[in-house]
Design a protein around this ligand. Structure first.
Ligand code: ATP
Length: 248
């Protein structure tokens, strides 16, 4: 049976000095083992919501609760159970890929054996083995994205948040990243991801939420939403619900 893993209720966020809410009364359930797409135009509030869910910034009001197999757990426990792959590169350019993974693995208190096992596994499956001892600053964009991903999952989180994990990469790296994410999802990892690539999101996500101007405007199963709005693809659904005008 499907179990809720994140329950979001009435979440509002207004940044200090901001005149408007960046999130307004957002309520959502995210199910365990889902691939959940958080979609919306520029400035919609996607990064803000992910940052709240990862505990990086606080809510202004509202409530977020986490569960595993139906049992709630505390915010303190969240750190070891979730992984976060941010939009910006989160590694040290001057360190090698192997050194970066060692550094971030140590931050999660992985034992030496476990860290070595995870590090070598990720270097291999993400095609970074040959360059593992080169400084990450010298890597291509696609390789840097794959290092960013490896760091976010070094501790094998139950829930993985990814903020535009394939931005600026070539088709080969994009495929490698998506294939690997599908693989870990099949192993039970819940994936919550943002993207502006509608065709990628359509292929990848089971459920989606569409946010615009900080408000939830649609949520549910992708196939169900397409049928409900009588559209053939996610891009048309997105344009129909968010409009054509620029978001500056
Ligand atoms: N630290 C901050 N202080 C003030 N306002 C902020 C801050 N961070 C984001 N905002 C504002 O909150 C709103 C939502 O921004 P957010 O980055 O969450 O959107 P997004 O959907 O992730 O956009 P994008 O697709 O461009 O990454 C925007 O209006 C943005 O300007």
């Amino acid at each position: 049976m499907d179990q809720v893993c994140i329950q979001i209720r009435g979440v509002c966020k207004r940044y200090k000095s901001a005149q408007e809410d960046s999130l307004s009364e957002v309520s959502l359930d995210i199910m365990q083992s889902d691939v959940f797409g958080l979609l919306g135009p520029n400035g919609a509030g996607k990064t803000t919501l992910i940052s709240i869910l990862c505990g990086i910034i606080p809510v202004s009001s509202g409530d977020v609760r986490f569960f595993h197999n139906g049992t709630p757990y505390s915010n303190a426990e969240r750190k070891s159970r979730i992984g976060f792959v941010p939009q910006e590169y989160a590694f040290y350019q001057e360190l090698t890929a192997r050194q970066n993974l060692d550094y971030f693995g140590a931050m999660y208190n992985l034992s030496q054996n476990r860290l070595k096992e995870r590090r070598e596994h990720l270097l291999e499956v993400l095609g970074l083995e040959k360059a593992a001892d080169k400084k990450v600053g010298t890597f291509s964009g696609g390789m840097k994205r794959r290092v960013n991903l490896a760091i976010g999952i070094i501790h094998q989180p139950q829930i993985l948040f990814l903020d535009e994990p394939t931005v600026g990469v070539d088709v080969q790296s994009r495929n490698a990243i998506i294939r690997y994410l599908q693989q870990i999802n099949q192993g039970g990892t819940t994936i919550i991801y943002t993207s502006h690539h509608m065709s990628e999101a359509e292929e990848f996500c089971k459920n989606i939420a569409l946010i615009d101007h900080g408000k939830l405007i649609a949520a549910g199963g992708l196939q169900h939403l397409k049928a409900e709005h009588q559209v053939e693809n996610l891009q048309t659904l997105f344009i129909n619900l968010t409009g054509e005008e620029y978001r500056d």
